[in-house]
Design a protein. Structure first.
Length: 261
């Protein structure tokens, strides 16, 4: 338990909802506010990617409700999840909506916040370390580097229906972003890579695929853009993954602090 008074942390009031990022997996990456919420929540509504060690930090007696959404598997709908948050808050609970990574980076936290606002439920948004930054750091890959890349694009690898997002201007990203970080893109990596190469990206540009980032099961596969999808399939890289494309991947050879331990 943390000293809330010493840190002057805000009260987690009954009848309110906190939308909290749990980080990419390692419990050590939780924020003080996330730990504070776990100390006080009556109900914890959590995503599939929240590490079990983090759930174990919830206060004794807190109700834990799974609300994970995983591609291709039966999952609660987003409206149902939002309605459940409203229901629990109206019952007077301190409701912790615990989401992997950051709640607003491909985490549907914005949708849930809008639903809470429409229902006049008080809420707080607590940022978390997103996998596109924390996962890369645990793989020894800086998302930017002053001499290599001063811009980065974070992009989802699948649309609401599970296909490659047509709303994304892949050609513009290929031309304008030295570093591309792909979320939820494992199943479409070959097609995304083909679009990027067709738009002028080098087929030999380095790519890193990080599986189960920041956890004991973390694996990192380094390949090149043209071969990355086939290499991931051959290596049986498991989801969840975060994928980074760009010259910063080459720095892993020196900065792989975790693998060197």
């Amino acid at each position: 338990m943390i000293d809330s008074a010493r840190l002057e942390l805000p009260e987690f009031a009954p009848g309110s909802v906190w939308l909290v990022g749990a980080g990419p997996g390692d419990p050590g990456l939780l924020t003080a506010l996330a730990l504070h919420a776990l100390d006080h929540a009556d109900s914890v509504v959590y995503d599939a990617l929240v590490d079990q060690r983090i759930l174990a930090l919830a206060r004794p007696g807190a109700a834990l409700e799974h609300a994970g959404k995983r591609g291709g598997r039966p999952s609660p709908s987003q409206p149902d999840i939002s309605a459940r948050l409203v229901e629990l808050a109206r019952a007077g609970h301190r409701v912790l909506r615990l989401k992997g990574g950051d709640p607003l980076v491909f985490g549907r936290g914005g949708e849930e916040g809008l639903a809470l606002a429409a229902a006049h439920i008080p809420f707080r948004i607590v940022p978390g370390i997103t996998a596109g930054i924390g996962g890369l750091a645990y793989a020894g890959i800086p998302v930017t580097h002053r001499k290599i890349a001063s811009a980065v694009t974070f992009v989802t690898g699948h649309d609401r229906d599970g296909s490659v997002p047509d709303s994304v201007d892949w050609a513009a990203i290929a031309r304008g972003s030295p570093v591309i970080v792909l979320y939820m893109a494992s199943s479409h990596l070959g097609r995304i890579a083909a679009r990027l190469v067709a738009a002028g990206r080098s087929p030999t540009e380095p790519v890193a695929i990080i599986s189960k980032a920041t956890t004991a099961g973390q694996r990192v596969l380094v390949s090149v853009l043209a071969d990355a999808a086939a290499a991931a399939a051959a290596a049986r890289i498991e989801a969840p993954t975060i994928i980074v494309i760009g010259e910063v991947v080459r720095l892993r050879a020196t900065l792989d602090w975790l693998g060197a331990r």
